[in-house]
Design a protein around this ligand. Structure first.
Ligand SMILES: *Cc1c(COP(=O)(O)O)cnc(C)c1O
Length: 630
């Protein structure tokens, strides 16, 4: 059966998780649709342009227009729900800076969100310094979360004098006193919010972020005490926001609804206690459907953005009506959902283990008789006898390897045995998979036989959550998508860590242990992309083996629909990363120079060799930390 681009889209699930941002064109290349319309960027066709701009593999591609498209998707959903239900207040989103602190990402979001009233959320003093200097609308919010000291509070209050709508969220009771006393001393009227502790838990990987044992938030008694404290300072009217956050990547809409209902009820009851609250902030947690299954699996979500917005608006409206209190302006702090789609990592795949190649396998006449027998088993395997023959082969292999251990066989016999066993395993697996029922031993066999492709990247630096949390990201070749992939593979990175491997892949019904990829052509480069890495991955990475930040390019579509690279930046040089860990590259060069001088003086080294060694060493310090396959 021929294999077409439609098959590739189905195989990788591109339509399922792509959310209309990704597609495959007639050339069999992955395309990106940053504006979610017909205009697209052919990722493979970009490679030449990127090379001219000296962008090296691996690199991150960013699509700034996609950030704007996501801002619109989410704001449109809330605006639509507000209109539909006749909700009397507005929606105000804030972007939590911690989800991606990169300057261009925050700046692009601020630009895209300005007309929509989008603000920023800071979780620390440093993040607040970022938020305060951005040109956001004066009534857009700057929400300050995270534990606070006096300096944090002072900076936030200064923000009020700069005309910014800064709200300080108290995470624990002592912060109410802190905020009130600092505000009194500075003579600045604060705007205060309180983070409440919900009974409702989130769902998915981060469900412990809420619920009774969460790290943050006020209990009900603490909430009442806070009201009393503020009354004492004569600052009750400063209390303007109720905030909760039920965790990231909430997979079930039911949990969201429950959390919003609980939060809205507390909002309403606080109004009844004499508070004049203005905002209800439902936190983050809006999910991203990484595997496209639309399910409540941790890599997915069983609802749409519109359903989310509808449920938030409806639940708050219903409770405020029932309690007869004025409905609040709605705030959410979606981070992941805003930025996840906008970036991808593109890396070059170089090698696969030699024994996995399907070249000719010849058993020479002088091979050991057991090896010849193994060869006969392979030749004689049929659909009917495959299981029995596999068992025979495994027994034979154990005998052969024992004999090798005792010194009776050559290295060549051992090599042939290993290669034959791979062929036999693959053959048996093929027959087994054609049966209706696949015995468990074949599932294990399949795992053992998976081909390991080596790709030029570091899991730890570029997709840390894949390693730390087993988070799934879609992985797709960026070309040859009109060609049937014939190899089941995992992707190993270039670090020296056996955890540096992607061996779990998205699937509509399951999590796959391997990814169908194409046989590598000698001399032809093969490229894969890890998609939807825009949330959290840019900031959590570490420098395992001193592999550093990667090169980057930002790509937009012009008015005429042509892709344009508007920005390219260089990743870390070895010396940049070394400095991070206290090494001094200049001193390192000096130390080597002294050593080389001594060697020359002692006539163990020629002057020319000394010069060459030093030059090479300096070049290595100024080099990109990843491999150069060209
Ligand atoms: C991390 C965080 C967010 C962002 O959550 P997402 O799931 O990325 O939307 C929002 N609010 C608070 C308080 C957070 O800690």
């Amino acid at each position: 059966m021929p294999f077409g681009t439609r098959d590739a889209k189905q195989l990788y699930g591109i339509d399922a998780w792509g959310n209309d941002y990704f597609d495959v064109n007639a050339k069999g290349h992955l395309t990106v649709h940053p504006l979610r319309d017909a205009r697209s960027v052919d990722v493979h066709d970009l490679l030449g342009r990127l090379k001219r701009r000296k962008v090296r593999f691996p690199f991150v591609l960013r699509f700034p227009q996609m950030l704007g498209a996501r801002v619109n998707e989410i704001f449109d959903a809330f605006d639509h729900a507000i209109r539909e239900f006749g909700y009397p207040q507005a929606y105000r989103g804030v972007f939590p800076i911690k989800v991606n602190q990169l300057e261009p990402v925050v700046a692009d979001l601020v630009r895209a969100g300005r007309d929509r009233g989008m603000g920023l959320e800071a979780g620390s003093k440093a993040e607040l310094t970022v938020a305060l200097q951005h040109d956001i609308a004066s009534d857009s919010l700057i929400v300050c979360n995270g534990y606070k000291d006096e300096a944090y509070v002072r900076l936030a209050l200064r923000g009020r004098t700069l005309g910014r709508n800064v709200v300080l969220i108290a995470e624990k009771p002592q912060e109410i006193d802190l905020i009130a006393s600092v505000a009194e001393r500075m003579g600045i009227e604060p705007r205060i919010g309180v983070r409440i502790r919900l009974r409702t838990r989130g769902s998915g990987k981060w469900e412990r972020s809420s619920g009774p044992s969460a790290k943050f938030g006020f209990t009900t008694q603490e909430l009442l005490d806070a009201i009393d404290t503020l009354k004492r300072y004569d600052m009750l009217d400063a209390l303007c926001m109720i905030h909760f956050h039920a965790g990231s990547q909430i997979t079930q809409i039911k949990r969201i609804k429950n959390a919003v209902k609980e939060g809205a009820r507390i909002y309403a009851k606080m109004q009844a206690e004499g508070c004049h609250l203005e905002y209800l902030n439902v936190g983050g947690g809006l999910g991203v459907d990484y595997d496209g299954s639309h399910s409540s699996y941790e890599a997915s979500m069983n609802y749409s953005v519109q359903e989310y917005a509808n449920d938030v608006v409806y639940a708050v409206q219903e409770i405020c009506d029932a309690e007869n209190v004025p409905p609040p302006t709605l705030v959410s702090e979606s981070g992941r959902a805003l930025v996840a789609y906008h970036s991808m990592l593109v890396c070059e795949v170089k090698s696969q283990n030699a024994e996995t190649r399907n070249g000719k396998l010849i058993v020479p006449a002088d091979a050991h008789e057991s090896v010849v027998e193994l060869f006969e088993i392979w030749k004689g395997m049929t659909r009917k006898n495959h299981r029995e023959y596999l068992h025979d082969a495994e027994e034979m292999r154990d005998e052969i390897l024992d004999s090798f251990q005792l010194g009776y066989l050559s290295l060549r016999d051992r090599a042939l045995t290993e290669r034959l066993m791979r062929r036999i395993g693959n053959q048996a697996l093929k027959y087994a998979k054609a049966e209706r029922f696949v015995p468990e031993e074949f599932e294990q066999l399949e795992r053992r036989l998976v081909t390991k492709y080596i790709a030029n990247f570091s899991v730890f630096q570029s997709i840390p959550d894949s390693w730390a949390l087993d988070q799934l990201f879609p992985v797709v070749p960026i070309h040859r998508l009109d060609e049937r992939p014939t190899v089941e593979a995992t992707l190993c990175d270039v670090t020296c860590d056996s955890d540096g491997e992607i061996d779990r892949f998205v699937d509509l019904r399951d999590v796959k242990d391997s990814l169908p990829l194409h046989e590598l052509d000698d001399g032809e480069s093969y490229y894969v992309a890890v998609l939807m890495i825009g949330a959290y991955q840019d900031v959590l990475g570490d420098y395992h083996n001193l592999f550093g930040r990667v090169d980057e390019a930002h790509v937009v579509l012009t008015k005429s629909g042509q892709p344009r690279v508007i920005h390219a930046s260089r990743g870390d040089e070895a010396q940049d990363v070394l400095r991070l860990f206290g090494h001094d590259p200049d001193a390192m060069v000096e130390a080597l120079r002294e050593h080389v001088d001594d060697e020359v003086k002692a006539r163990r080294m020629s002057r020319a060799n000394a010069r060459r060694a030093l030059a090479e060493y300096k070049a290595a310090l100024a080099d990109y930390t990843y491999l150069d396959f060209d």
